[in-house]
Design a protein around this ligand. Structure first.
Ligand code: ADP
Ligand code: MG
Length: 199
């Protein structure tokens, strides 16, 4: 991944978050406190602004800046989780990691901070299968498909982490908001890094 692809990825995430902020907030209103769309929109608006003026020669630099901005601008559970994920990924790329290794570093950062495992009904239910699919295939489209399957898998689960866990069994039957935004991250990755047939 080069710096232009990293910028394209982050800009696609920002665009998707703006477009679907109401949906994310609605999902969070059902099993949380209804701020997920607002949180992420505020964060990615700040990221767009931070990246615009910055000279960032490598993908790693772009992603570290993205993560640092999210950590500083977004409250709630998702700000630190997304922020540390992008920072870890960027730091790995700065040290010449492959994209697969960098995605694994992001997953490890999220789990170190949030302690969620698959089945807890969080964004980890998307991140784990997506990273594993990318490691197995090297294909961003396969990762995005695995992310979508992971997203759907959150519906019947009972939440064991985050605010939704306070609802107990009443969290069952709802799609997790953070898993929804994480699936958007992988859709954006596939769109931003897919081979360009025109080249
Ligand atoms: P808050 O819950 O503080 O209001 P958000 O609404 O922005 O924060 O984000 C909620 C999402 O964060 C959840 O849908 C879930 O996917 C994710 N989440 C919450 N706690 C954790 C955790 N410990 N590990 C991973 N993801 C988590
Ligand atoms: Mg919330």
């Amino acid at each position: 991944m080069d710096a232009d692809q990293a910028r394209a990825w982050v800009e696609r995430i920002a665009a998707a978050v703006r477009e679907r902020a109401d949906e994310l907030t609605r999902l969070d209103a059902a099993i949380g406190d209804g701020d997920h769309g607002v949180n992420l929109r505020r964060g990615f608006d700040a990221v767009t602004e931070a990246l615009a003026g910055a000279e960032l020669p490598t993908a790693g630099d772009v992603l570290v800046k993205t993560g640092t901005t999210l950590v500083s601008k977004v409250g709630g559970a998702s700000g630190p989780l997304y922020g540390q994920a992008f920072r870890a990924m960027g730091k790995a790329l700065q040290q010449d990691a492959t994209l697969a290794e960098a995605l694994r570093a992001a997953l490890e950062a999220v789990q170190k901070l949030g302690k969620a495992v698959p089945g807890d009904k969080t964004l980890v239910d998307v991140l784990v299968p997506a990273v594993e699919a990318f490691e197995a295939t090297g294909d961003v489209a396969a990762a995005a498909r695995a992310a979508d399957d992971g997203l759907r898998s959150t519906v019947p689960l009972q939440a064991r982490k985050g605010r939704a866990s306070y609802l107990g069994e009443r969290s069952i039957g709802h799609q997790d908001p953070g898993a929804t935004s994480m699936s958007m991250v992988f859709a954006a990755l596939a769109a931003a890094t897919a081979p360009d047939p025109g080249r």
